[in-house]
Design a protein around this ligand. Structure first.
Ligand SMILES: Nc1ncnc2c1ncn2[C@@H]1O[C@H](COP(=O)(O)OP(=O)(O)O)[C@@H](O)[C@H]1O
Ligand SMILES: C=C(OP(=O)(O)O)C(=O)O
Ligand SMILES: [K+]
Ligand SMILES: [Mg+2]
Length: 583
């Protein structure tokens, strides 16, 4: 595929780049064996790269290629083994049935609970498009979670899926305990309930709720409003008797175990000593150790307040999980996390718009703008972002969503969030698979609509890399994505060892799908959270020509691509862009 190419020659430059101003650096003609950018992208690169460095830009009119070449990026020739390619059956079927262009770009996260923890149920979710399984350490025992992780791993091993596992910490915000026996309780208007920080040996007295935070009875005052789950049930504090806080129910409703509690005074959220609780509690640290031991792919941290805790956790993980790379996801669900948003996202490997708790901490009408801001900032900073909670809440009970819920899902897809998440809908709802189907079909429809209307988003992506080499990668990816849109290519191919180059391409949200080839199963699983990436595991070398030949042969043999398909390829070994038809 790659050919012996000429560097820029004055004649080709003047012939092919006639519409562009002449470059401000010298051009040479010499023979080189390299792979190679179309002129629009050469231009995009050349205006932004440092012309005083020793890099050269390459272009040719015969090989449809170009690139940025530094001595260090010249590839050593290497033999390629004839291994196989790993892709799951669902992606394979989707690619075959609908062709490249209509594969789903928005990724789907399902919270696993009693409704979905069995092997067959997990398999049904994988078939339905689950990319990431989330386990919430607020609920269930570690043994229960371990069994779920084992089943997901078995599913991956036996059926070729790359379902990633995300462990979500409990966090030390205030919440209610379990009710002992019953799984829920109803609070009626005017009833008096006791919220207690005492430990009860035997069964709980009637209308008593345990609060997990010892300082609770000291922090609240008579007259405070107590909100369960951001207002699903509301109480007023009427009396404080040592460890017991007596409250009158003012908005009746269903109390669910471990529901979050906030208290409000004169219309504002009270943040006293409870605001000093550590983001990661001692129980969370044990759960994190468990997650590291189990080799989960993502750890999501609840109620993050600052970047410090993320940095701390990342170094903790680096010291303990030497060979496994666990990504840290910051859950944005508190006032402090909004205040320190940029530094938190910069420190993290991704973020979650945790609208459940966020909506209990800020006025509900501010949640949509917060969501948009978080999604856009994550995109700027190249971090995957998940929009979570209540997307299809009514489907916990009903087989079909409300129109408003469909509109909410559409909005998140339209914002081009990386992923959408199901919580109660998949964990304990009656219609987990149907809920997933709704997410999948709404995503597909909105994505297609977006492409049909050719709505290229006008988001100006800033340079984010700290090194010059990072900047080159960013320029290559944005040029490749722009070319892919303009030329209406069938797919972008990216060969990436760490996954970084794939995420840079995903960040551009191109019209076509991105086939991301990576050498390890753990990177393949992690890429499964990112918009538009179809991750494959493939062993490849530093020689792009043989990588491409091998990939074409393997994909053609499985009928995943055909001769004549137009592909643009980039890699993080050789900083180049190639445009070619599948032979
Ligand atoms: N591992 C589990 N075991 C039992 N129930 C669970 C589990 N995970 C989730 N659930 C149920 O699903 C509901 C929704 O999940 P999620 O949104 O993750 O938690 P929460 O409601 O605590 O924020 C929970 O309230 C709980 O009832
Ligand atoms: C996802 C959320 O966190 P959790 O389900 O753990 O409360 C949320 O609050 O929206
Ligand atoms: K949690
Ligand atoms: Mg939460």
């Amino acid at each position: 595929m790659s050919q012996s190419l000429h560097l820029f020659t004055p004649s080709t430059l003047s012939k092919q780049c006639y519409s562009y101003p002449k470059p401000s650096f010298p051009t040479f003609s010499r023979r080189f064996t390299v792979t190679s950018v179309r002129f629009s992208s050469i231009r995009a690169c050349s205006s932004d790269l440092d012309p005083s460095s020793s890099q050269v830009l390459l272009a040719s009119d015969n090989g449809k290629g170009g690139g940025v070449l530094t001595p260090a990026t010249r590839p050593p020739a290497q033999a390629v083994d004839s291994g196989s390619i790993e892709v799951d059956a669902v992606t394979e079927a989707e690619l075959k049935e609908n062709g490249f262009r209509s594969t789903r770009r928005t990724k789907l996260v399902c919270t696993i609970g009693p409704a979905t923890c069995g092997f067959e149920q997990l398999e049904a979710l994988a078939v339905g498009g689950m990319n990431v399984a989330r386990i919430n350490m607020c609920h269930g025992t570690r043994e229960w979670h371990r069994a779920v992780i084992e089943r997901v791993r078995r599913l991956n091993d036996e059926k070729g899926y790359a379902v990633a596992i995300m462990m979500d910490t409990e966090g030390s915000e205030i919440h209610m305990g379990d009710f002992g026996g019953p799984s829920s309780a109803k609070a009626e208007d005017g009833e008096i309930w006791t919220f207690s920080v005492r430990a009860f040996d035997s069964a709980l007295p009637e209308r008593t709720i345990i609060v997990n935070y010892d300082g609770f009875a000291e922090d609240v005052k008579v007259g405070d409003e107590l909100l369960v789950d951001g207002g699903m049930v509301r109480f007023e504090v009427i009396e404080i008797l040592g460890p017991d806080v007596k409250c009158r129910c003012t908005d009746p409703g269903l109390l669910l175990p471990r529901a979050n509690l906030t208290f409000w005074r004169d219309g504002s959220l009270v943040r006293e000593r409870n605001a000093m609780l550590p983001t990661i509690s001692s129980k969370d640290w044990l759960d994190i150790d468990f997650g590291i031991q189990e080799g989960v792919d993502f750890i999501a941290i609840s109620f993050v307040k600052s970047a410090e805790v993320i940095n701390h956790l990342k170094s903790y993980i680096a010291a303990r999980a030497r060979d496994s790379d666990i990504s840290v996801i910051a859950k944005i669900e508190s006032i402090d996390s909004l205040k320190n948003l940029e530094e938190i996202i910069r420190a993290s490997d991704g973020a979650m718009v945790a609208r459940g708790d966020l909506g209990a901490q800020i006025p509900l009408e501010q949640v949509p703008s917060a969501q948009q801001k978080i999604v856009q900032l994550c995109r700027q900073l190249n971090k995957p972002v998940i929009v979570a909670s209540q997307l299809l809440e009514s489907m916990i009970e009903y087989p079909t969503p409300t129109r408003a819920e469909v509109a909410d899902v559409s909005e998140a897809v339209r914002q081009r969030a990386d992923a959408l998440m199901l919580s109660g809908e998949s964990a304990m709802g009656q219609f987990p698979e149907k809920a997933l189907t709704v997410l999948r079909s709404v995503s597909l429809r909105i994505e297609r609509w977006w492409r049909e209307e050719k709505r290229h988003e006008a988001m100006e992506l800033r340079d984010i890399g700290s090194s010059f080499s990072d900047n080159i990668s960013e320029e290559i990816c944005s040029s490749a994505a722009k070319m892919a849109n303009n030329l209406e290519v069938d797919a972008l191919f990216v060969y990436t060892k760490t996954g970084h180059m794939a995420s840079l391409l995903s960040r551009c949200r191109p019209d076509c799908p991105i086939f991301a080839f990576t050498t390890t199963t753990s990177v393949r699983r992690r890429l499964n959270l990112q918009w538009g990436l179809i991750p494959f595991r493939l062993s490849f070398s530093d020689d792009m020509e043989s990588n491409l030949n091998k990939t074409f042969a393997l994909l053609k043999a499985r009928n995943l691509i055909k001769s004549g398909d137009l592909v643009i390829a980039v890699s993080d070994m050789l900083q180049s862009i190639q445009v070619m038809n599948v032979p």
